[in-house]
Design a protein around this ligand. Structure first.
Ligand SMILES: Cc1ncc(COP(=O)(O)O)c(C=O)c1O
Length: 352
């Protein structure tokens, strides 16, 4: 009886099939270098583990603010940006007021709305996975007060039209621009708008640039808005080890992260070029550390790639994603193995 409300609730599913090459979760494929890990070990040893961490993450916030070129007062930290998505879904407007987001997109917006029991206004992207003004207008008629836009979008990889996101914010909707993949994009971000406006915030995460394991998400907002949102944050959501590791990596490891991002961007170019030439595969353009491709039989290609030791993400079961597969960019040797395996699988399918 007490749990009736979530009886039919579907939790967020991750891909956990064990596989030699894992290109399924949009992680940075490179671990931290040994010298940086040594430094981390030394600093983690100094943590008084019996104590609660600093609830304000003062030192870490200063480092992150510097990393993004904003002030510490513009920042709210989360246990991953997942936590910030949940927090916003709980506190913006009332939970009877709808939340809007496009389809297909990152499932946590839907999952968070369902946890809270909030009405959802889902609207379709066009055939190129771009925002469509007519669809947005139809969604706005349902009077949503909160909107989520992942840009670059997951699982499609493309960046949304900035003007259409601003169009939604201009309709007095609290607009969240989730820039989890912006480090791999050369397009404009929304930080300036977030600092200027009181109804638009930006989400960032350390997960895609090498620190998925420490769970550290960042909300960037106008000072007054950040202060209000911060009131609703669990006081010790950023653990002591996360604070210590984040500080070290974002200062001493900054050049290493930048180097890794550049390699991933170069590899994205190479992989997309190679895969584009495979008969039967359609590739969608990407500004992220992954790309989406369409094949004649998504389930079969996904299964055959696993048999060859390569795990990618099957999106075929999602609306508008029939036969679509999402591939994260890995290390150069992993990408080469993926290309080889895909060529073999496709020639078996196309010529069988
Ligand atoms: C668009 C988007 N936002 C947020 C997240 C979650 O990030 P985090 O690991 O910081 O919770 C992801 C993870 O895949 C994502 O794709």
């Amino acid at each position: 009886m007490f749990l009736d409300r979530i009886k039919n609730f579907k939790s967020y599913k991750t891909e956990t099939t064990p596989c030699k090459i894992k290109l399924s979760s949009n992680e940075n494929p490179f671990d931290l270098p040994e010298w940086l890990k040594e430094k981390i070990v030394q600093e983690v040893k100094k943590i008084p583990f019996q104590r609660y961490p600093d609830p304000t993450s003062k030192k870490l916030k200063k480092v992150i603010a510097d990393f993004y070129g904003v002030n510490p007062e513009n920042i709210v930290l989360g246990n991953g940006s997942d936590e910030l998505i949940q927090l916003l879904t709980i506190i913006i407007g009332t939970t009877e007021q709808p939340v809007m987001y496009p389809i297909p997109t990152f499932p946590m917006y839907q999952v968070s709305a369902d946890i809270v029991g909030r009405p959802k206004v889902e609207f379709s992207l066009d055939e190129n996975f771009q925002l469509n003004k007519e669809e947005i207008d139809k969604a706005l008629e349902k009077k949503p007060v909160l909107a989520f836009f992942a840009s670059p979008n997951n699982p499609t990889g493309n960046t949304f039209d900035k003007e259409l996101i601003k169009y939604v914010a201009d309709k007095n909707v609290f607009t969240v621009v989730d820039e989890a993949y912006i480090d791999f994009s050369d397009k404009d971000d929304f930080v300036k708008e977030a600092l200027e406006r009181e109804n638009l915030v930006v989400l960032r995460t350390m997960s895609k640039i090498g620190l998925a394991g420490i769970r550290l998400g960042v909300l960037i907002a106008n000072e007054r808005i950040a202060k209000e949102i911060d009131k609703a944050r669990p006081p010790f959501n950023i653990t002591y080890p996360t604070q210590v590791i984040g500080e070290i990596v974002l200062t001493e490891g900054r050049d290493e992260i930048k180097k890794q991002i550049n390699i991933i961007k170069e590899e994205r170019k190479r992989v997309i070029k190679e895969v584009s030439s495979i008969e039967g595969v359609k590739i969608y353009p990407s500004d992220a550390n992954f790309f989406l491709m369409k094949v004649p039989d998504g389930n079969l290609v996904h299964k055959k790639l696993i048999e060859k030791g390569v795990l990618i993400r099957n999106m075929s079961h999602l609306p508008k994603m029939e036969n679509c597969l999402r591939v994260s960019i890995g290390k150069p040797e992993e990408n080469t193995a993926f290309i080889k395996a895909l060529k073999e699988v496709m020639s078996e399918i196309v010529f069988s």
